[in-house]
Design a protein around this ligand. Structure first.
Ligand SMILES: NC(=O)c1ccc[n+]([C@@H]2O[C@H](COP(=O)([O-])OP(=O)(O)OC[C@H]3O[C@@H](n4cnc5c(N)ncnc54)[C@H](OP(=O)(O)O)[C@@H]3O)[C@@H](O)[C@H]2O)c1
Length: 279
């Protein structure tokens, strides 16, 4: 059986197949993508279709994706979890700076709260661990924000299983977000640990940044289901582990509908082992 939902932190249920907002911004997640009305329509349709997990970040745009989320969806419907991130600053279309200093994390979180028009961010993810700042200081800053009610749950992004284990010694972590898809399974040790500890794993690039929507083996399997290759790639993630919560990104309504319909694709044991052998 494929679980439809996952409870973040054990008590915050989300539909496992969510929506990621990165594609609402321009190339390299920099600047606007196109007509604001198209982005608003995609976000509203996602929620209409039952999405309860929306992944965003302060630096998509920067600021643009969070602002679009608020414009399209505020006041938010009950049960909608907006997962955002802080800890990485963009200064140009090609520059990313990791900044995990406690005072910076506080400023970033408070700016996200304002843009999203929220009093509490349900899931705040540290976009990258800052190698220049002790992990305990970065997590300590998030723990303080949690104690103040500004964050409900903390997640990590792009970490190893060893780093997650170390973080769990310091504070409660309810999710991780690493690159993971049918063709990129480097993070399997992390996935194993997430399963063991009941931690959500939001795989980024669930469609391989679009590559899997054209994959020949996925296309062959898709044909037997009247589905598309991208739907097979997303269905594989949903079958692979009950802790995986994919948030495929798109700026197009037609792709959104297609991606969400992947929840209805049931793969056979033979198809799953065929897909498992791809890398
Ligand atoms: N934590 C991190 O460091 C990190 C990094 C990257 C992404 N993320 C998060 O993960 C989410 C997913 O990643 P992603 O959006 O970068 O990559 P993705 O979901 O793997 O793929 C997105 C790409 O596939 C295309 N696409 C989507 N649905 C399609 C469909 N049905 N048919 C054909 N093409 C389709 C999109 O173009 P169209 O817009 O034209 O449909 C876009 O080019 C992001 O939105 C973001 O929230 C996090």
């Amino acid at each position: 059986m494929i679980e439809e939902t996952f409870a973040l932190g054990g008590d915050l249920p989300v539909r496992r197949l969510g929506y990621g907002t990165a594609q609402l911004t321009g190339p390299g997640y920099w600047g606007p993508r196109g007509d604001v009305r198209d982005a608003v329509a995609v976000l509203r349709r996602a929620v209409e279709r039952g999405v309860t997990l929306i992944d965003t970040a302060d630096n998509y745009g920067p600021s643009i994706a969070e602002e679009l989320v608020a414009e399209a969806l505020h006041p938010y419907p009950e049960g909608l979890v907006i997962a955002t991130k802080g800890g990485v600053v963009r200064t140009s279309d090609s520059a990313w700076h990791i900044d995990g200093r406690p005072e910076s994390l506080r400023e970033m979180c408070e700016a996200s709260l304002r843009r999203l028009r929220l009093e509490t961010i349900d899931l705040y993810q540290l976009h990258r661990l800052d190698p220049a700042v002790p992990m305990a200081e970065q997590l300590g800053a998030l723990e303080e924000l949690r104690a103040e009610g500004k964050i409900r749950y903390v997640g990590l992004d792009t970490v190893s299983a060893e780093q997650l284990s170390a973080a769990l010694e310091l504070t409660e972590i309810v999710s991780v977000q690493n690159r993971y898809n049918l063709l990129d399974r480097e993070s399997e040790p992390l996935l194993d640990l997430c399963e063991e500890r009941g931690i959500a794993f939001l795989p980024w690039f669930p469609l391989g940044n679009g590559e899997l929507t054209k994959h020949p083996e996925c296309a062959r399997i898709a044909a037997a289901h009247g589905a598309t290759p991208g739907q097979v790639a997303l269905a594989w993630l949903l079958h692979r582990s009950p802790v995986l919560c994919p948030t495929p990104g798109t700026g197009r309504l037609v792709h959104l509908e297609e991606n969400l319909d992947a929840a209805g694709v049931r793969l056979t044991a033979t198809e799953l082992s065929l897909l498992a052998s791809l890398r």
